[in-house]
Design a protein around this ligand. Structure first.
Ligand code: C2E
Ligand code: MG
Ligand code: MG
Length: 753
């Protein structure tokens, strides 16, 4: 939806519109025209005034001069009236005086009462005029007659002179009425008169029309190119004449009078308009360019931020585990190293917690990888809730998580966090519509006590985790110096193992397995013990892993097989002669090419039927080096030896391999049996494993049975065999024989409970 544009935006848009510079230009053009018009008008009115005053001046001069001449002519007439006998000579002298005083006359004449010109001065230029009758038209005759009678002055108006050209005649009557003795006439040529009347300047620049009764009687300066639009009128007050003047200036005079200001103003304004609109255009272009730049800048910024987010995504992908969304192991370790360097400077402690989900692999295998993945995601979510600026959570792979806690002041801080982690597992997890209780085992190593670098800290947290697992599930262990001590002891033991074989310090204990189908003991598991000269009885967990690492396990294994065969041989022809002995074989032993040959030799040398010997192998053996192990196991099986999978459920294998390997027996790990009564999922797994094994034609042994309830549960779910302290602890051969003989190991299991 569009936002209504604000007034400011509208103004800005208007200012940037392409028509805006044109509008500015038009405004200036309007102003220029207006100003030009105003100034021109002012100029014209000045000019008109000027012309008017010129016209008045001309009229005044005309009036004044004319009156002077009139008076002079009248005076002459007066003198002739007073002296009618004036001689021609006398008159002529008088007239010449006048002519000298007023050079303007064409002629001064005496006209008799019958209107004929009798005397005149000067003769030159007026030769043919003597005798001419001036009453040449009825109007003239009437006017002269009137003048004779009244004694008033008569002026001819502009007439065509007998001498040629236009002229004007003033008739002053000599006496009036019957005494009239003609007229004294003053003849003026119009151009001479005008030359007399006008200033040279006016003569040059003005065209003057003498209007008599509104008709042009005479035009002065007819050749002048006059501007009639500037014509000015002035009345001329003369006796007997109704005259007025029209004065028109020449173009050049008009041009002189008119100033250049209108044009200059117009041009200046026009120039300013062009300049302003060009400047506006320029500013618009700059602003538009700026806008375009800003837009490009914004687009660039957008692209940069997009790239940055892609980079961040890539970084996140590199640093996080895709399934759980937590920091992956590599990134977590980098982070840990960084955190340790800071902690080193700040003299603070850092805790590293390794978390291992109990029995995850079993759930994963029995309920599917999809299930396992979903469970891992749920666990990650809960653990991630604990992360804050002090706590970082990472995923190590498999079912292992890593937690780093910074700013640790005391061990209580770590214990508090461990409690919080434990809380995460308090509630069951809802996966694929079913609720599953999961627990976790944790190992903790604290910087700097338990390691000064990330790798050492991790190794020691792993040792602590390993110890915690040894103690059972759902617990935690701090790495301690003691563990280090134990490592030392382990190293010592490792050294002692070779001596032990030579000194015959190993001994086999036997733990019976109860067949639930007929409550009989048909088999026992041989479990090795080390009677150490100084340390006393050492359990296998303390030296078997060491022996596996050092490779001495092969010698031990050979010894065990021989000892078992020896035991079987000794039972020959006794009530125990059908009892089968199961021996534990480690992965390293199976690597030995001649292991099968050795077992065969051992059996043959003691004359023991192969079916009395069973070999227990942990799950890992089945997934490591599959081809080779498959080959070895097949050979063993062909020999007639029974094969059992030990500690089933805690390893990392998949159930699929059961189909491919020649397996006779499956031993459910003790950890499932311990809580089989209390924990629903343990019960589910146990049931599932029993059913699966049976479907594949494999017998099932439950390990670690310690209570009657467990026994009843297993019996009711058709578990074939059980082994555990409830029946018997592992016993030396002599004690086992006694127990078997006494029959106290043969439990009658209540049916249907
Ligand atoms: P494993 O083969 O699973 O042996 C069963 C272990 O569970 C034995 O511990 C046994 O004493 C213990 N156990 C049996 N019933 C119960 C019970 O009801 N409750 C409890 N809490 N424990 C019970 P042991 O003898 O300490 O052996 C530990 C492991 O050492 C064995 O586990 C096996 O993996 C290994 N091992 C023992 N003897 C040998 C051997 O001769 N060769 C090899 N390679 N490994 C051996
Ligand atoms: Mg075993
Ligand atoms: Mg076992």
């Amino acid at each position: 939806m569009h936002k209504p544009a604000s007034t400011l935006t509208l103004i800005a848009r208007g200012l940037l519109h392409p028509a805006f510079p044109a509008l500015i230009f038009l405004v200036f053009l309007g102003l220029a025209t207006g100003l030009q018009y105003g100034i021109k008008k002012q100029d014209r009115s000045n000019l008109q005034e000027n012309l008017d005053s010129q016209a008045r001046l001309v009229a005044q001069r005309l009036e004044q001069n004319f009156l002077i001449h009139v008076e002079a002519i009248e005076r002459m007439a007066q003198r002739m009236a007073e002296d009618p006998s004036t001689s021609q000579e006398h008159w002529s002298a008088d007239a010449r005086n006048y002519l000298e005083d007023f050079g303007v006359y064409q002629a001064i004449e005496w006209i008799d009462a019958n209107y004929a010109i009798q005397w005149l001065e000067p003769m030159t230029g007026n030769e043919g005029v003597i005798g001419f009758n001036v009453a040449f038209s009825p109007e003239r005759a009437a006017a002269l007659k009137r003048s004779q009678q009244t004694g008033n002055l008569d002026i001819s108006g502009v007439i065509d002179l007998k001498q040629g050209g236009k002229g004007l005649v003033i008739y002053a009557p000599v006496s009036s009425g019957s005494e009239n003795n003609g007229f004294i006439a003053g003849v003026f040529k119009m151009d001479v008169l005008a030359g007399e009347l006008l200033t040279p300047d006016a003569t040059e620049h003005l065209q003057i029309n003498i209007l008599s009764d509104n008709d042009t009687a005479y035009q002065l300066n007819p050749g002048l190119h006059a501007k009639e639009s500037f014509t000015s009128y002035a009345d001329v007050d003369l006796p007997t004449l109704d005259w007025s003047l029209s004065v028109s200036p020449s173009s050049s005079w008009v041009n002189d009078q008119l100033s250049d200001w209108p044009q200059v103003t117009f041009m200046v304004m026009l120039f300013m308009g062009i300049l302003t609109s060009l400047t506006t255009l320029l500013v618009q272009l700059i602003l538009k360019r700026n806008q375009a730049l800003l837009k490009t800048r914004r687009e660039l910024d957008e692209e940069i931020s997009q790239r940055q987010s892609v980079q961040q995504d890539l970084q996140r992908l590199e640093t996080t585990d895709t399934l759980t969304g937590l920091a992956n192991r590599r990134f977590f370790m980098e982070d840990l190293a960084h955190i340790l360097s800071i902690a080193d400077r700040q003299l603070r402690q850092v805790a590293l917690i390794m978390i291992d989900l109990d029995r995850f692999q079993m759930l994963n295998d029995s309920l599917g990888h999809q299930f396992g993945d979903e469970l891992l995601i749920k666990v990650s979510e809960r653990l991630n809730d604990l992360s804050d600026e002090r706590v970082i959570i990472g995923y190590s792979g498999g079912d292992e998580f890593m937690v780093c806690q910074q700013h640790v002041d005391s061990v209580d801080d770590v214990i508090f966090l461990l409690g919080q982690i434990k809380q995460c597992f308090q509630q069951e997890f809802d996966v694929q519509g079913q609720r599953h209780g999961i627990t976790a085992t944790m190992g903790v190593a604290v910087y700097p006590q338990s390691g000064l670098d990330a790798d050492t800290l991790l190794r020691n947290a792993d040792i602590a985790l390993y110890r915690a697992k040894e103690q059972g599930r759902n617990t935690y262990q701090f790495y301690t110096e003691g563990m280090q001590d134990r490592e030392v002891i382990r190293l010592e033991l490792d050294k002692d193992i070779s001596q032990a074989l030579a000194n015959d310090e190993f001994v086999l204990y036997f733990q019976p397995q109860l067949d639930l189908r007929d409550s009989s003991i048909k088999s026992v598991e041989a479990l090795i013990r080390w009677q150490h000269p100084r340390r006393g009885m050492v359990p296998p967990v303390d030296f078997i892993p060491l022996a596996e690492e050092s490779g001495r396990i092969t010698d031990i294994g050979r010894w065990v097989v021989l000892a078992a065969c020896k035991q079987l041989a000794s039972w020959r022809n006794t009530p125990n002669e059908n009892i089968r002995i199961a021996v534990n074989l480690s992965g390293r032993e199976l690597d030995e090419e001649d292991i099968v040959d050795h077992i065969q030799e051992a059996l043959e040398s003691h004359g023991v039927p192969p079916e009395l010997l069973e070999v227990e192998l942990t799950e890992e053996i089945f997934i490591q080096n599959i081809e080779h192990n498959m080959n070895q196991l097949t050979r063993l099986h062909q020999l007639g030896v029974n094969l059992a999978i030990d500690d089933f459920g805690v390893g990392y294998s998949s159930l699929g391999y059961l189909r491919d390997f020649p397996v006779d027996l499956l031993k459910i790990d003790r950890s499932f049996i311990t809580d089989v009564i209390d924990r629903h999922d343990d019960a589910v797994i146990t049931r599932a494993v029993i059913n699966l094994a049976h479907n594949l034609g494999i017998e099932v042994v439950a390990e670690g049975v310690e209570t009657a309830e467990q026994l009843r549960f297993l019996k009711s779910h058709r578990c074939d065999l059980i082994q555990g302290y409830f029946i018997s602890r592992p016993l030396p051969a002599a004690e086992l024989e006694k127990a078997l003989a006494s029959g106290k190991l043969e439990y009658e299991v209540p049916v249907g409970s």
